[in-house]
Design a binder for this molecule. Structure first.
Ligand SMILES: Cc1cc2nc3c(=O)[nH]c(=O)nc-3n(C[C@H](O)[C@H](O)[C@H](O)COP(=O)(O)OP(=O)(O)OC[C@H]3O[C@@H](n4cnc5c(N)ncnc54)[C@H](O)[C@@H]3O)c2cc1C
Length: 406
């Protein structure tokens, strides 16, 4: 009898990473994506070395390395004084310590790496225009019930369907995500538009009272990614809404001219009102499990949401392979491996937003003093648990990456 596939609801970065991970473990997969076309928004994303550990395990390390821009440092600037607070070098010493580089990539290109790998793998089937509304299960199978009423049955169902996941609503029943009140505006501009004195090969953060600006180069230095965030207590969630230049300016009238000119260069701004959730320990209901933002949505302040989704994919594939595809054993083991690490990143992302990105007055001065006092080695010690790890120690060692690559 042919094996029933694992169903994956959602063909974003998490869903496609899980699909290729499972397929490489010999498990057939059917991805059910709501949108008419598979793709990602045209913006940038930062990738810590832990993303590269995951790429290697998932067999896409070489292609992923080719599309990345390798930044020299993470720079923290004071948005009021335009002074540098600190700079974390990302050169040889960092790479040697973490086992991989830090990079910035275009989201579409990153998604494309997984999409190509899935399209080329005989065990992956991709279906678009297939919105999953709910699920049912009988102990032997899991069934995705689509909005159209169609029922699709597999051996398991993975909810990689993002922040507003209906699968999570049914599984965890913990209501709507928490609206942070932080509004993020995004724009991507040609490199020539970026003020010349700011064309730094760095992921740069300008931290100011209740606001911050992030920029970095993208796509082989053809583009600059601009992300500016204003803590304006927005009450309603929003995603990708076009917005006027004037609205973006409004939150940044108090920052230094050098930082403000970045906003002047932005074009076609779109806004997101950021949401996250309290961590939950359980992401599994029988043959159904959550992955990526549906499991652990987080604010972007540690730049780790997609990295965590890819790590989830590695853990899921690893656990399924380890027990010969026995779903009942693999899903709780996957959940147990991931829950604490992702909870730590969810909570730490909030804390970083509060204490590093947005403080004012004495709080900001304290931030500057603490961060200035750290040496590069201090920084490497601080981030080692995150960047130097696959989140799978004891199961998938860093040495194993080499064997799985290719
Ligand atoms: C401003 C901002 C900056 C960020 N920067 C970074 C960064 O630098 N580094 C980083 O690692 N992360 C970053 N993130 C986080 C990252 O974007 C997300 O964590 C990541 O994209 C989550 O991937 P996912 O596949 O779990 O979910 P999603 O990307 O949301 O994908 C979900 C998929 O499921 C589909 N879907 C939805 N509902 C259904 C349904 N009912 N049925 C079927 N399909 C469905 C959607 O169409 C989509 O394709 C940032 C986020 C924001 C908002």
């Amino acid at each position: 009898m042919t094996q029933r596939p694992v169903l994956i609801a959602g063909g974003g970065i998490g869903g496609l990473a899980a699909a290729i991970g499972l397929a490489r473990a010999g498990i057939p997969v059917l991805v059910l994506e709501k949108a008419r076309q598979l793709g990602e928004i045209g913006a940038g994303i930062q990738l810590g070395p832990n993303a590269f550990h995951a790429f290697d395990y998932l067999g896409v390390g070489e292609t992923a390395r080719k599309m990345a821009v390798y930044v020299d440092s993470l720079r923290l600037m004071d948005a009021l004084t335009a002074e540098e607070i600190c700079r974390i070098p990302l050169g040889e010493a960092f790479r040697a310590r973490m086992g991989n580089p830090y990079a910035v990539v275009h989201r579409g290109e990153l998604h494309g790496v997984f999409l190509k790998a899935c399209e080329a793998h005989p065990l992956v089937e991709l279906r678009t225009s297939s919105a999953v509304a709910s699920y049912a299960q009988d102990g032997e199978t899991a069934t995705a019930i689509l909005e159209s009423g169609e029922r699709v049955t597999g051996r398991a169902l993975i909810g990689a369907d993002g922040l507003w996941s209906p699968i999570r609503a049914q599984l965890a029943g913990d209501g709507a995500p928490r609206v942070s009140g932080h509004t993020t505006y995004r724009s991507v501009i040609p490199v020539e538009e970026m003020p010349e004195e700011l064309r730094w090969n760095a992921a740069t953060l300008w931290a100011g009272p209740k606001c911050h600006i992030v920029h970095y180069p993208l796509s082989g230095w053809k583009l600059f990614n601009l992300v500016v965030t204003y803590h304006n207590h927005a009450a309603e969630p929003a995603a990708g809404k076009p917005v006027s230049h004037d609205e973006v300016r409004r939150g940044f009238e108090h920052v230094a001219p050098m930082a403000r000119q970045i906003i002047e260069k932005g074009q076609d701004w779109k806004l997101w009102v950021l949401c996250d959730r309290e961590p939950v320990a359980n992401w599994v209901d029988g043959r159904v499990a959550l992955l990526g933002d549906s499991a652990h949505p987080m604010l972007q302040y540690m730049a780790q949401g997609a990295c965590m989704a890819m790590e989830d994919a590695v853990a899921l594939a690893h656990e399924m392979e380890a027990v010969g595809g026995d779903v009942a054993a693999a899903l709780p083991a996957y959940n147990a491996r991931r829950a604490l690490r992702t909870a730590r990143v969810q909570l730490q992302s909030r804390a970083v937003g509060e204490h590093v990105y947005h403080p004012a007055g004495a709080h900001a001065e304290l931030r500057n003093a603490i961060m200035r006092a750290k040496s590069p080695e201090d920084w490497y010690d601080t981030v080692d648990w995150l960047y130097g790890s696959t989140g799978l120690e004891g199961a998938v060692s860093l040495e194993m990456r080499g064997r799985r690559a290719g």
